[in-house]
Design a protein around this ligand. Structure first.
Ligand code: ADP
Length: 395
């Protein structure tokens, strides 16, 4: 029990040292006086052995005790007159020589022991220092890893920022393109009216009518050019194709939109399938789709009472497809107009552009997938899109 208290260990060691001294001298005496062995003639080496042992295990104190006891025993049992502590004057040199050699052997053994001890302690110290160095090294390593992660997160955040501005730009761009296409169409209508007017005159002016008609051709060509330029935006060839992890994309987007969700007391939950295969596609465009759906969901919940939860789910189908769904508990799809929401410029929001869903659908379809909407039970809306996991887009 005392061994459990480290403070008592040194004391126990000292007691053990003296115990060994007593025991070893006593054993040496027994052996040398044991009749069958008859070692009375050579007790010196036995006593010296006992002294060495005591000094080795117990140090100087037990060594000295063993020396004193051995000298007394040697004098009492082996120097004439036997069984007397007073030796004959002629035997005194033997006693002195024994005691001196015993002292010498004992101190030598104790010194060697203490040298071994200090070596062991030095080795332990060294081991401790090495361990500490290892720990410091590990801590440094962890720190550098942490810094790496932080740098990565920063890079991600910067990428996200760039993405947000790209999304805004894309939305604005599309709106301005729509405006641009409107102009030549309006001009074409005006020119067509002029042309009609020249033709329906009493004496039709064919020259003026031809000029108006050629202006119509020019206007229509301009409109067609604008439309084909817009198409180019989503054309497969211009998109960057790479392997995209959808779950990772969801997590990144949550980081980006968490602040916005918290501001409206909305909880973002996920149910992401493990081992989801990656899809081949344009990461930035797919991020825009997800972001559009999430922002729409958040906007739909802004003013509703009760539970506000945005649930993002990923799953794999049997047809080598993944489905990503964004469900909210918001106002729900606009009644009687649910089939309109994917049309460009359809919006029920005062500040809306009505372009988000139409762009998102174009992007998903350009990736060979589908995007659709459904009601969410008991309240809200659910938007799902599929993407193929067959990596046909490698080439
Ligand atoms: P915008 O958000 O600018 O209106 P969108 O194309 O993203 O453009 O959305 C079109 C319309 O679809 C919205 O105005 C809204 O009526 C409807 N809508 C989109 N998402 C949701 C949703 N999560 N819940 C209810 N209605 C939605």
């Amino acid at each position: 029990m005392s061994m459990s208290n480290p403070l008592l260990w040194p004391k126990a060691r000292v007691i053990w040292g003296y115990g060994i001294a007593l025991l070893s001298v006593y054993t040496a005496l027994l052996i040398s006086r044991w009749p069958p062995v008859r070692l009375e003639t050579a007790p010196v080496s036995l006593f010296l052995g006992a002294i060495m042992l005591s000094a080795w295990f117990g140090g100087l104190g037990p060594g000295l005790l063993a020396t004193a006891l051995s000298s007394l025993a040697f004098d009492y049992y082996f120097l004439p007159p036997i069984y007397s502590l007073v030796a004959k004057p002629g035997e005194i040199p033997r006693l002195v020589i024994f005691t001196v050699s015993a002292l010498f052997v004992g101190s030598l053994s104790a010194a060697q022991r203490s040298a071994t001890e200090s070596l062991r302690r030095a080795r332990d110290d060294l081991r401790g220092t090495v361990k500490e160095l290892q720990k410091t090294n590990e801590a440094l390593h962890a720190e550098s890893l942490e810094r790496k992660h932080a740098e990565e997160a920063l890079r991600h955040a910067q990428g996200d920022l760039a993405r947000v501005s790209r999304i805004t730009t894309l939305g604005e761009l599309t709106a301005s393109l729509a405006h641009e296409v409107n102009q030549p169409i309006a001009a074409a209508v005006t020119n067509a009216n002029t042309c009609l007017r020249w033709l329906t005159r009493e004496r039709p002016d064919l020259e003026e009518a031809r000029e108006a008609a050629s202006r119509i051709v020019k206007d229509a060509t301009r409109a067609a050019e604008i439309v084909s330029r817009t198409r180019l935006l989503f054309k497969k060839g211009t998109a960057q194709r790479e392997l995209v992890g959808l779950n990772e994309m969801v997590r990144e987007m949550i980081v980006l939109l968490r602040g916005e969700a918290t501001r409206h007391k909305i909880l973002i939950a996920t149910d992401l399938a493990t081992g989801l295969p990656q899809v081949m596609g344009d990461r930035v465009l797919l991020q825009q789709v997800l972001m559009n759906l999430m922002l729409n969901g958040i906007e739909a919940m802004k003013d509703v009472d009760g539970k506000r939860e945005l649930l993002i789910k990923s799953q794999q189908t049997e047809n080598e497809e993944v489905i990503l769904s964004v469900s909210d508990t918001g106002v729900g799809l606009p009644a009687q107009q649910a089939d309109q929401i994917f049309k460009a410029f359809f919006t029920t929001k005062p500040q809306g552009t009505g372009m988000g869903l139409s762009i998102s659908r174009s992007i998903v379809e350009a990736h060979g997938g589908r995007l659709w909407a459904d009601g969410n039970s008991p309240r809200g809306a659910s938007f799902c899109f599929t993407l193929s996991t067959k990596n046909e887009g490698h080439g």
